[in-house]
Write a protein that binds this ligand. Structure first.
Ligand code: ATP
Length: 413
């Protein structure tokens, strides 16, 4: 198998897990400390949750299990039902059917303030007339915590979000990112077991969003409670999540690690929604068991626009079956010289560059093959001497990729 290509049943290779994730897992077991006050996350289970608004079904029998301390993302296009699901977990909305439990305890009968979950909203929802300090202190004032105790906790959480120097300011004197950090500190100060984040970065510009995303991840690493993060931005979800649920039209289409979702998409929709891909209809011509690999097959496909393509798979497919075939643009090598490799598992095609799109760190090429198919290829720019000549518009090029880098999905009878 190609390095990093997961089997469909999931990744169980510790080398593929990031150092951060491993550390996170250790702390998940023991709870985390913010200056002496232990924070512990909850397991969250959603079982058979459905919700309609009038005739419109916003959620169809959704089931998910979110582990204690995870950074879990609900990812999908606008209107797919992710906010509705988050609001049901928070207690702002009731489902028509199904159950929501925290650590095995049913929370549907509880109002939001008794669920040990807090929400960070898109629009920050800060009190404009209160200082940063008093905004963060607000939940503690409501609980009538003695002032000295409350104040020292506020300082602790302002330190966590790096806003000590801005404690005296009013919200309108803060940047978007700073406002969002106040909202996060205020949501955390009651020590919830679950933090719900509803597109918290969407009001920020692209650069600040990147920066805040890293901060959010670091805050999650420090406090270790369960984060459930709603976003329509696949890059955001891929870069910070332990697991992602991809949703469309009220359904959960796939739950997996970022690596599984990207490399082994369960459906055409997931393949297209998560990053860019080349996707074709194909028909199985032949299947051979790979020597030395119990569960993997080398499959030859007939693809109308391309011709014959070799691809490995762990799924059992039969000659004559119709399938979908996908290969990511960055897995394809593009060269002006014919590749020297004679390996049998490499797919070779020849084409003409129809459109090169330069974007600094990479170039995307639309390559016309056989006058019918367009293959997208992404080439990263590295400054090696063997990079070869620049590839430009109308160039005749060779495309090649390993059978291990393609993927079969959507197996039909
Ligand atoms: P976005 O990313 O645009 O916020 P979303 O995935 O979070 O989208 P939801 O807000 O969950 O989507 O909405 C799912 C669907 O349910 C949408 O079609 C929306 O119009 C509908 N919907 C949500 N709340 C209500 C409501 N209170 N009354 C009627 N329809 C609603």
């Amino acid at each position: 198998m190609a390095l990093g290509k997961p089997r469909r049943e999931g990744i169980d290779n510790p080398a593929q897990k990031s150092h951060c994730t491993l550390i996170r897992n250790v702390f998940r077991l023991v709870g985390r400390e913010v200056e002496g006050s232990t924070l512990i996350g909850s397991d969250v289970a959603i079982e058979g949750v459905s919700k309609s608004f009038g005739d419109f079904r916003a959620l169809n029998n959704v089931s998910l299990t979110i582990q204690k301390g995870e950074f879990f993302s609900l990812l999908g296009p606008s209107g797919c039902g992710k906010t509705t699901l988050l609001r049901i977990i928070a207690g702002f909305e009731s489902p028509d059917d199904g159950a929501v439990t925290f650590d095995g305890n049913d929370v549907l009968g509880l109002p939001p303030n008794r669920r040990q979950a807090n929400t960070v909203f898109q629009n920050y929802a800060l009190f404009p007339h209160l200082s940063v300090f008093e905004n963060v202190a607000f939940p503690l004032r409501l609980r009538k915590l003695p002032r000295s105790q409350a104040d020292s906790q506020v300082k602790e959480y302002l330190r966590l979000v790096q806003l000590e120097a801005h404690a005296h300011k009013k919200p309108n004197q803060l940047s978007g990112g700073q406002k969002q950090r106040v909202a996060i500190a205020r949501a955390l100060i009651n020590k919830p077991r679950v933090l719900l984040l509803d597109e918290p970065l969407s009001a920020l510009d692209a650069k600040l969003r990147q920066h805040m995303l890293i901060e959010l991840d670091q805050i999650h690493d420090k406090i270790g409670i369960t984060f459930i993060y709603v976003t329509h931005d696949q890059q955001e979800a891929l870069s910070v999540s332990d697991h992602i649920a991809v949703m469309d039209q009220g359904d959960v289409l796939q739950v997996g690690t970022p690596h599984e979702i990207y490399e082994s998409p369960a459906t055409n929709f997931v393949a297209r929604f998560i990053g860019e891909t080349n996707l074709y209809d194909g028909k199985v011509l032949g299947v051979n068991k790979l020597p030395h690999v119990e569960t993997e097959y080398m499959v030859e496909l007939e693809i109308a626009e391309l011709g014959r393509v070799k691809v490995t798979t762990v799924d059992e497919v039969k000659p004559g079956q119709k399938v979908n075939f996908t290969v990511r643009p960055e897995k394809i090598m593009i060269t002006t010289d014919k590749p020297a490799s004679k390996r049998e598992d490499i797919n070779h095609f020849q084409g003409t560059v129809d459109e090169p799109i330069y974007s600094g760190f990479q170039t995307k090429f639309y390559v016309k093959v056989n006058d019918t198919a367009m293959i997208r290829v992404i080439k990263q720019h590295a400054n090696y001497s063997d990079e070869g000549p620049d590839i430009v518009w109308k160039d005749s090029v060779y495309l090649s990729w390993s059978a291990n880098d393609g993927y079969i999905l959507g197996i039909k009878e």
